[in-house]
Write a protein of this length. Structure first.
Length: 386
């Protein structure tokens, strides 16, 4: 363009992809859990059905299908989730070894991740995840009693002290492995700056916040007044990120760091994520679902490992969930960065967080301008680390 301003194409005008290549899978290796979290979308980890583990044969079949459809030189991501995936440690470890060996033989780059409640982690696990370069995300909803109220054992006993002890062996093993904390935000844990500083002080590589929008029993869901408080708290965390970054300090507030990367890259999304497209979730018995949150939901079942992906169902999903099909989004200025919101949350609750999202993105755009002026060296590095 005349002034060098090449704006990204509005994703709402781009047609849904047809038969996109599969590049990421999450394996629900354990559809069961040892905690009794107050808001669990997976209904205690079992997704409303019987508790069960994924057999190794199912995990291997899923991995083989992912790798066999990827060309040499490509990259795939494999995530282990639940429930609580560490309940099925033997299969998780064996599946990792299988994926690593096959990916290396095929010349494919493999990213590995784990989302865990942290209560079952051991020093041996730390060494294993370091050896394989895992991105480990531990769910923590605050410090001490704040976390314990939201994420207790099924007996009601708190889990924070156990998680903190289990995390210690990970601190000295972070050459290839990165261990982050993920905080689910409810009306009961809205002191975000204290939580962020406390978890970073424990040694986590980064900390990110995610509001609770939809839970099976409506417990812990955020109301409009809660979003107002959360926005204030997020901006307070962001201001500290700006201050520390300008001073040359590392302050790993994941929400803002990610937003700045996306703004700098000029991201324009037709979807909020790859769910149903380049990414699918695999249930314990081998069903293929739009993502890990939709496991065992018939409306989001897009095939199974035996028969493969069902092309018509997948195309219907991609068409229905496309940004152009989301009526409230078409006139929203934030649509290109938002992508329409998490499919699972929108389907189950609607869009109660839109004002919060717009407010947060408005702040992020301002932060991008301020940081770009104060630290012109910053964004080339951020773009390269995405």
């Amino acid at each position: 363009m005349r002034y060098g301003l090449d704006l990204p194409r509005d994703p709402a005008t781009v047609a849904p992809p047809v038969d996109p290549p599969l590049r990421a899978l999450s394996l629900a290796v354990a559809q069961k859990c040892n905690l009794g979290c107050t808001y669990c979308y997976a209904q205690g980890g079992a997704f409303g059905g019987p508790a069960r583990d994924m057999p190794l044969e199912v995990a291997r079949q899923a991995i083989d299908q992912l790798l066999d459809g990827t060309p040499r030189g490509g990259r795939v991501n494999l995530a282990f989730l639940g429930g609580e995936p560490m309940i099925n440690r033997e299969v998780l470890h064996a599946a990792t070894e299988h994926a690593s060996e096959r990916a290396a033989a095929l010349g494919i780059s493999l990213g590995l991740s784990l989302t865990t409640n942290g209560t079952l982690l051991s020093p041996a696990d730390a060494r294993f995840f370091e050896r394989h370069g895992f991105a480990v995300s531990i769910s923590l909803d605050g410090l001490g009693a704040t976390h314990d109220r939201q994420r207790p054992y099924k007996s009601g006993r708190g889990s924070f002290a156990r998680i903190r002890r289990n995390f210690e062996p990970f601190l000295g093993l972070r050459g290839r492995m990165q261990v982050s904390a993920r905080v689910t935000v409810t009306p009961a844990n809205l002191d975000l700056p204290r939580t962020l500083d406390g978890l970073l002080g424990m040694g986590f590589w980064s900390v990110g916040f995610s509001p609770m929008l939809s839970s099976p029993g409506r417990r812990g869901e955020m109301a409009p007044v809660d979003f107002d408080v959360m926005l204030e708290q997020m901006i307070a965390c962001g201001r500290e990120y700006e201050r520390r970054t300008i001073a040359g300090e590392r302050y790993a507030f994941a929400n803002l760091a990610t937003a700045l990367q996306e703004i700098h890259k000029g991201s324009a999304r037709a979807y909020p994520c790859g769910a149903g497209g380049t990414y699918l979730g695999v249930s314990a018995e081998g069903g293929l679902f739009a993502c890990h949150r939709f496991v065992d939901e018939p409306a989001a079942r897009l095939g199974d490992l035996s028969a493969g992906i069902d092309p018509p169902r997948r195309q219907a999903w991609l068409t229905e969930r496309h940004l152009a099909a989301q009526a409230p989004c078409r006139d929203c200025w934030a649509r290109q960065l938002c992508g329409g919101g998490c499919h699972h949350e929108v389907i189950h609750r609607g869009r109660p967080a839109c004002d919060y999202i717009r407010g947060w993105l408005h702040y992020c755009l301002g932060a991008y301008v301020r940081l770009g002026a104060a630290r012109p060296d910053l964004f080339p590095r951020l773009a390269g680390s995405g």
